[in-house]
Design a protein around this ligand. Structure first.
Ligand SMILES: *Cc1c(COP(=O)(O)O)cnc(C)c1O
Length: 360
């Protein structure tokens, strides 16, 4: 008999730790995706998904990681020219994705660690050259949370511009009201704050985005928004979805709504504050500028010359906890601690205690 090594609990900012309850739901026996059991499943989870999105529009289930839908948003919604708000690894990449989809894409770039300023966005949009904007709410690589209300206020001045928003690492941990904010495509993955296994996404689109899709010829098939909308009306998906994910989602929605949304938002604030206190008390710093720090993860600036690779390794070997040693060009200069998903003050305090042990 082979013995599997002990599981290292995930405190990386995605995928995050998945609970035994969610995993059990994920392993539900497979059902057919064109039958009543499936339609009832989709119908059952839909109102709660709409509530999480803050929308009266349909919410679509997509079997791909979030990048699939991010690319889909470009293909369905962008007419010609898109402005990509760039402040870290994920948002920077969107420029490349848009260009590979044959669109004219231009950067609104700020330094990593800084936020997107709505006044700069205003100046760029005033040129009248852009029909769409891409934005990442919570830039997971740098730990910056962009000021959505201000940015959406600015966009409201430009009704002909569509806003494509990635909420992958903030969705369900902070309130985001899609309709009230005027978001045209809102996309999230499931392996971040929703704490489901990776490989599945949720998205919703405005009437404006649907109208754009109708006029856009190059939507492809797998990610065609119009197919999603047509199938959703019969509580189905365009192709065979990952059915296990949808059972896992149903189980997770039970968790979320029995805790209560505001309690869930508050819990993320409290666990994040614990990490912030620890960073300050240990003489460390934040990579993200003050006032724009994420509440779902912390990107710690390594101002103490810590051997980050060693820290990550020892935390894993001694305590079976996995943290992230920094993303892309800030690897080693930073490390990231996630508090999203099911984490509590107790589990986050445990992580911080183990970090102290390894750092001492
Ligand atoms: C994780 C993440 C993604 C990428 O998601 P995939 O599921 O790997 O496609 C995109 N955007 C943000 C902000 C993320 O945190």
């Amino acid at each position: 008999m082979s013995t599997s090594p002990p599981h290292d609990k995930l405190f990386i900012p995605g995928p995050v730790e998945v609970s035994p309850k969610t995993l059990a739901a994920f392993a539900h026996p497979v059902i057919g995706h064109r039958g009543d059991a499936f339609k009832n499943l989709y119908r059952d989870i839909h109102p709660r998904l709409q509530e999480l999105f803050g929308t009266t529009q349909p919410v679509f289930l997509c079997t791909s990681s979030a990048w699939g839908v991010m690319e889909a948003a470009i293909r369905n919604v962008v007419r010609e020219r898109v402005l990509c708000c760039m402040c870290g690894a994920f948002s920077d990449k969107w420029l490349d994705v848009a260009r590979r989809c044959g669109k004219q894409a231009e950067p609104l770039q700020v330094e990593w660690g800084e936020h997107i300023d709505h006044r700069e966005l205003d100046r760029a949009l005033a040129s009248g050259r852009f029909d769409s904007v891409t934005l990442i709410h919570n830039e997971t690589s740098t730990g910056v949370m962009n000021p959505l209300p201000e940015i959406c206020c600015t966009l409201a001045k430009y009704p002909e511009v569509a806003l494509i928003l990635d909420t992958v690492s903030s969705f369900s941990a902070v309130p985001i009201q899609m309709d009230a904010l005027g978001i045209d495509v809102m996309v999230t993955g499931v392996q971040k704050a929703l704490a489901l296994p990776p490989g599945f996404s949720l998205f919703s689109v405005s009437e404006k985005a649907i109208a754009r899709a109708e006029e856009n010829r190059d939507r492809g098939y797998y990610f065609d928004f119009l197919e999603f909308r047509k199938q959703q009306r019969d509580w189905m998906t365009p192709s065979t979805p990952s059915i296990g994910h949808i059972f896992a989602m149903q189980s997770k929605l039970e968790d979320i709504f029995s805790e209560g949304l505001s309690a869930r938002f508050e819990r993320h604030k409290r666990t994040n504050a614990l990490v912030h206190d620890w960073v300050r008390e240990r003489g460390l710093d934040f990579f993200a500028e003050e006032g724009f720090r994420s509440v779902t993860l912390t990107c710690v600036k390594n101002n103490r010359g810590i051997d980050v690779a060693k820290l990550v390794r020892e935390l894993r070997e001694r305590h079976h906890l996995l943290i992230d040693g920094g993303y892309g060009k800030i690897k080693g200069q930073t490390f990231r601690l996630s508090n999203m998903g099911d984490e509590t003050e107790e589990t986050v305090a445990h992580l911080l205690g183990c970090l102290d042990d390894v750092m001492s």
